[in-house]
Design a binder for this molecule. Structure first.
Ligand SMILES: Cc1cc2nc3c(=O)[nH]c(=O)nc-3n(C[C@H](O)[C@H](O)[C@H](O)COP(=O)(O)OP(=O)(O)OC[C@H]3O[C@@H](n4cnc5c(N)ncnc54)[C@H](O)[C@@H]3O)c2cc1C
Length: 442
């Protein structure tokens, strides 16, 4: 009988298993799909070039992910960011330099004030009353109150919506503050984003290397539908183990049937958290032709997807388009051909007629993925954190919880997934060590 069964072979599950194995425990990983990596997924172009259809960026502060990259020789490169960025609308395209498009002076001042207030909130120790007030407020409501100038508000809604991968009217303000704190604060989080790098051979590379090391312990094509905790062991699919670590995002973990039933707060939590929506596409060109026009490849569309230059050094030109929340829902309702045509029209608006003829096209709609059902991550609607949020990480009997959503640092990032898996593994190692301690009579 293995010591631990891990459910899910994304970064959280694989890193939990790696840690457990290093501690001498016997582990089995059950994965529903036919691959590892979960919400990271690398496709290959002609010539073997990688494109990341899921998570892809790593920031300097992502130290655990960087350690894996070193351990498994996964090279990274800094993405191309030189040149002007674009602000797109349904009919026009405007160049700008710097991180955010220029706003009228009054709007800039109002935005700076709102960012200062947000920064202060993330640094302050909150009283219970303040936390409850923030948890009963959506990010949209907070922005409406602090940003009375529509241009500044629209920009903040678009940028935060893209970060959270969901309409800002759906997310608790307390959840946003918690996430910013977990990224080291507003300034550190923003710096980390702007200084981020990509994996030359794809972000799922280290995950595949860990799986290769774990060998037969990783069982693909094994969806877990029920977990039975007998009090002395757990039964998961056909595996019996001393303990289980479930690494699925909470809304998917809630689809598993548990006996005995989970305590009410944990079940309520999985009922009330929901997945964001993300749809990612890659238009492939022979060369990154936009660079010759002095363009960075970054385009911000306040109504639609964001676009980035994701080209590998000396590789073909890659324009990566990321649609989140309402933009992803809109594109999902179209046929694949309509979706491609809509995105290409927006690329042509920004980058001219050469953008009309990509040599290759890749897309991944994460809301359609049966074992992810959305992305980037699950989010907290108002009222969830302060009522049942304490059930997010608390083990239930012999079941432990991991996954990016459960991270205390870099929640929602691959870094958070790795740290959460290692934290859950440590919980199990400690619990098992306690059981193995010889009982010495007084
Ligand atoms: C489009 C997109 C872009 C992103 N961009 C970035 C980025 O640039 N940088 C970054 O750091 N993060 C990014 N993220 C977020 C990051 O990818 C995730 O937070 C992270 O990969 C989650 O890892 P995890 O192990 O917690 O969960 P997952 O990767 O979701 O792993 C869970 C695993 O469980 C499996 N599973 C589900 N149900 C069952 C079941 N019943 N039985 C067995 N197995 C099951 C799934 O198939 C999956 O393999 C992005 C995500 C998306 C979708």
């Amino acid at each position: 009988m293995p010591d631990v069964v891990v459910v899910g072979a994304g970064y959280a599950g694989l890193c939990a298993a790696r840690r457990l194995r290093a501690a001498g425990l016997d582990v089995v990983v059950l994965e529903a799909t036919d691959r590892v990596g979960g919400r990271t997924l690398t496709a290959r172009l002609a010539g073997g070039w990688a494109v990341d259809l899921g998570g892809q960026w790593i920031a300097p502060a992502h130290t655990r992910f960087a350690a894996l990259a070193r351990a498994y020789d996964a090279a990274t490169f800094t993405g191309h960011t030189q040149g002007d960025n674009l602000l797109l609308s349904k009919t026009s395209s405007r160049r700008f330099s710097g991180e955010l498009p220029p706003l009228p002076p009054h709007a800039t001042a109002v935005l700076a004030m709102a960012l200062w207030k947000l920064d202060r909130l993330t640094r302050r120790t909150l009283t219970t009353t303040q936390a409850e007030r923030l948890d009963s407020t959506t990010v949209a409501t907070w922005l409406r109150r602090r940003l009375p100038v529509p241009q500044a508000r629209r920009l903040a809604e678009a940028v935060l919506g893209a970060e959270l991968s969901v309409d800002v009217a759906s997310v608790s303000m307390l959840a946003l503050i918690t996430a910013i704190r977990g990224a080291g604060g507003l300034r550190a989080g923003t710096e980390a984003e702007t200084a981020s790098a990509l994996f030359t051979d794809g972000a799922d590379g280290p995950a595949r290397s860990i799986a290769a090391e774990l060998g037969d312990a990783v069982r693909l094509g094994t969806p877990v539908t029920s977990i039975h905790d007998t009090g002395t062991d757990v039964h998961v699919a056909d595996v019996r183990a001393a303990r289980a670590i479930v690494t699925l995002p909470p809304p998917l973990a809630g689809r598993i049937h548990y006996t005995p039933p989970l305590p009410a707060p944990r079940d309520q939590l999985t009922q009330r958290m929901a997945m964001g929506a993300a749809l990612k596409t890659f238009a492939v060109y022979d060369t990154p032709f936009w660079r010759a026009d002095g363009l960075s490849g970054l385009a911000l569309d306040l109504e639609g997807p964001m676009t980035f230059d994701a080209s590998r050094p000396n590789g073909p030109g890659l324009l990566c388009t990321l649609a989140n929340g309402p933009a992803a829902h809109h594109l999902t309702r179209l046929t694949p051909a309509e979706r491609k045509a809509t995105i290409i029209r927006s690329l042509v608006r920004g980058y001219g007629p050469r953008a009309a003829h990509p040599v290759d096209w890749h897309e991944k709609n994460w809301t359609d993925a049966p074992y992810s059902r959305g992305g980037y991550n699950a989010y907290f609607p108002p009222g969830v954190l302060t009522s049942v949020g304490s059930a997010l990480r608390a083990p239930v009997g012999r079941i432990h919880w991991a996954g990016s959503e459960t991270a205390t640092q870099w929640v929602g990032y691959i870094e958070g997934a790795i740290r959460s898996g290692e934290r859950a593994a440590d919980e199990v190692i400690e619990a098992e060590a306690r059981f193995q301690d010889p009982v010495i009579p007084d």
